[in-house]
Design a protein around this ligand. Structure first.
Ligand SMILES: Cc1cc2nc3c(=O)[nH]c(=O)nc-3n(C[C@H](O)[C@H](O)[C@H](O)COP(=O)(O)OP(=O)(O)OC[C@H]3O[C@@H](n4cnc5c(N)ncnc54)[C@H](O)[C@@H]3O)c2cc1C
Length: 351
């Protein structure tokens, strides 16, 4: 089942600097069950967004419109914008990548903070989208260890399946990091190898709680924003989904908050999304007047629905964040702050 390159999209305010919104009704929509997702045909819907007129545009136009806005306030660095919320959900099993590594050429690098950039790679089939299942990741191989074997690490694309022929990865460079350092040294035209395996299939949109009164709560640190961007595209891009989303997003300083302008715009326009930034190393004399320190029990308690209201809590961030809030990512059991607050392991999804 393929998505036609013709997409109905809706004009969004250009002043906000993001791309028009694409809405496709398809598998994983409200009312779907995992058992039916392979049999539901994609059709296209549009509805007015922000009260603007609707426009018919091609996927090529969607490709051109994603990109950067200029961050105001604390930093003048150009900032990646994932565009308007875009519902482009496909079921697992349709991804262009499979369990064999294939080389892909880097087409573009765009910086979004002092240590993080968005890397665009050409897909093997330039006429098709990646068709990654919701919140899924890919495995990337590059560089070489002492034995000559490539480093292999997972990355969660920030582009959606509305993007044809390319995939965008937002990658942070760590001092001493093996593959992220390779990313940092890439030049347009260089290649890295990609694959996607069953293990890279994450929580599907069809499994998200839906409807008024239901909440998805997000505990996020740094580039942990990447699977949340995918989840938000699906939730906010579906006009029939009124699930509330509350995100606590930890970063070091205001210039490290990734996609902040877009998150603010999505929160303002959707009325479903609330984002609270928490900064651990913001200079004391800066203009930032939000929360400081680290995400802790008090903040979670005052921001998230209590366990009895059965929220689904997504966690993605650096290892110390998992350890403190929910227990190590590899540990299926729940521990840490979320357990102490009474949440169950069924309510918590570790990306
Ligand atoms: C499902 C999944 C999706 C991911 N998606 C993304 C993504 O979209 N973008 C992205 O940038 N990363 C993402 N990551 C992290 C990524 O896979 C690598 O772990 C990261 O790029 C570091 O790899 P490396 O080879 O450079 O570092 P390594 O060689 O593995 O580590 C070397 C050193 O780097 C530092 N380091 C490495 N990782 C971290 C970390 N998370 N926090 C703090 N210090 C660290 C440590 O000092 C470590 O000792 C994801 C991870 C998972 C599990």
């Amino acid at each position: 089942m393929r998505i036609s390159p013709l997409l109905m999209i809706t004009a969004a305010p250009r002043t906000l600097g993001y791309a028009p919104r694409t809405i496709m009704r398809g598998s994983g929509m409200r009312g779907d069950t995992p058992g039916t997702i392979n049999t539901i045909m994609h059709s296209r819907l549009t509805r007015p967004v922000f009260g603007r007129a609707q426009t018919l545009m091609t996927a090529t136009t969607v490709n051109q419109l994603r990109g950067f806005t200029t961050r105001g306030g604390a930093s003048d660095l150009p900032q990646y914008s994932p565009g308007a919320p875009t519902f482009a959900v496909v079921p697992p099993g349709t991804c262009q990548f499979n369990d064999e590594f294939v080389p892909c050429k880097l087409t573009k690098i765009q910086r979004c903070s002092s240590d993080t950039s968005v890397y665009s790679f050409a897909l093997p089939d330039p006429s098709k989208p990646l068709d990654l299942p919701t919140c899924g990741c890919v495995l990337v191989a590059g560089g070489a260890d002492a034995e000559g074997n490539p480093f292999v690490r997972p990355y969660t694309p920030v582009s959606t399946n509305a993007l044809v022929g390319e995939v965008d990865l937002m990658v942070k460079e760590y001092p001493g990091g093996n593959l992220s350092k390779v990313f940092g040294e890439l030049k347009v035209g260089d290649e890295l190898a990609f694959k996607h395996i069953i293990f890279n299939v994450k929580k599907q949109y069809s499994e998200f709680p839906k409807g008024a009164g239901r909440t998805i709560a997000m505990l996020v640190g740094g580039t942990g924003i990447t699977p949340m961007i995918q989840a938000l595209h699906a939730i906010l891009g579906n006009p029939d989904d009124d699930t509330k989303v509350v995100m606590l997003y930890g970063s070091r300083s205001s210039s490290d908050i990734l996609a902040s302008e877009t998150m603010d715009a999505w929160a303002a326009s959707s009325k479903q999304l609330t984002v609270k930034n928490v900064l651990s190393a913001e200079p004391a004399d800066s203009a930032y007047d939000g929360l400081r320190g680290f995400i802790d029990a008090d903040l979670i308690k005052s921001s998230f629905p209590p366990p009895e209201e059965d929220p689904l809590i997504f966690v993605c961030g650096p290892p110390p964040m998992y350890n403190a809030l929910c227990g190590a990512r590899e540990d299926e059991e729940l521990s840490g702050v979320l357990k102490e607050l009474g949440y169950t392991k069924e309510q918590v999804y570790k990306f």
